[in-house]
Design a protein around this ligand. Structure first.
Ligand code: CO
Length: 214
């Protein structure tokens, strides 16, 4: 039963257009994937990884959850990182947040939502950790946006401290972690300059990213 026939039609039209451009496109993809990038982003429907960075199917391995949170005990996210780094052997991991993130907004308020509160707790921890920076911002929207940035920096750091990434660096692997943020209102990405390519770079990069003038 086709409950959403227009999506199936969209798909056929898309596949045809791809084949018109490159008749071998799907045949090549069917042989396997070799993306160089792992994208860890927010599940928000307005922040689709491939479109934003102009990449095709096969070019980026993607993990998305509410507010792009990387937790050491989250088997889902950690398994994605392990597979991407150890099996696919990506060279870059991009943690990409976005301004006006609903998850970050919800975490910055104190009322309870439900099951998601346990997840948002991780962002509330970020908020508490950086209270000295955030309390100086009186404008509510600016405060949320700064928390969105700090959340990216914290989650990028969590990626760096994951067992898989630490081991990759111990083995001399070429692997960089990046922290980016996307603005839905203009469609543009911004590099938060938290690029880390080895264990010895974490502390300095983190300090600079957290303390940059807002
Ligand atoms: Co979001």
């Amino acid at each position: 039963m086709r409950l959403l026939p227009h999506l199936i039609e969209n798909n056929r039209a898309w596949a045809e257009s791809v084949l018109q451009e490159d008749p071998e496109f799907f045949a090549k993809l069917a042989k396997g994937q070799k993306p160089e990038i792992l994208w860890i982003g927010c599940a928000d429907s307005r922040v689709p990884a491939n479109q934003i960075i102009g990449l095709k199917p096969g070019d980026v391995f993607v993990h998305r959850n509410i507010a792009n949170v990387v937790v050491h005990s989250d088997f889902n996210c950690q398994s994605v990182i392990e597979f991407a780094v150890s099996v696919i052997r990506v060279k870059h991991i991009i943690v990409c947040g976005h301004y006006s993130c609903g998850g970050v907004k919800a975490a910055s308020q104190d009322h309870h939502v439900g099951l998601i509160d346990g997840w948002l707790r991780h962002i509330r921890d970020v908020r508490q950790k950086h209270d000295a920076i955030l309390r100086k911002i009186s404008d509510e929207d600016q405060l949320i946006d700064r928390l969105c940035e700090l959340n990216v920096v914290e989650q990028a750091k969590n990626v760096c401290y994951s067992t898989v990434v630490q081991e990759a660096w111990e083995h001399g692997r070429e692997l960089s972690v990046h922290g980016w943020i996307y603005a839905i209102k203009d469609g543009l990405l911004r590099d938060l300059n938290v690029t880390i390519s080895g264990a010895t770079e974490i502390a300095d990069a983190y300090r600079v990213a957290v303390n940059r003038p807002g």
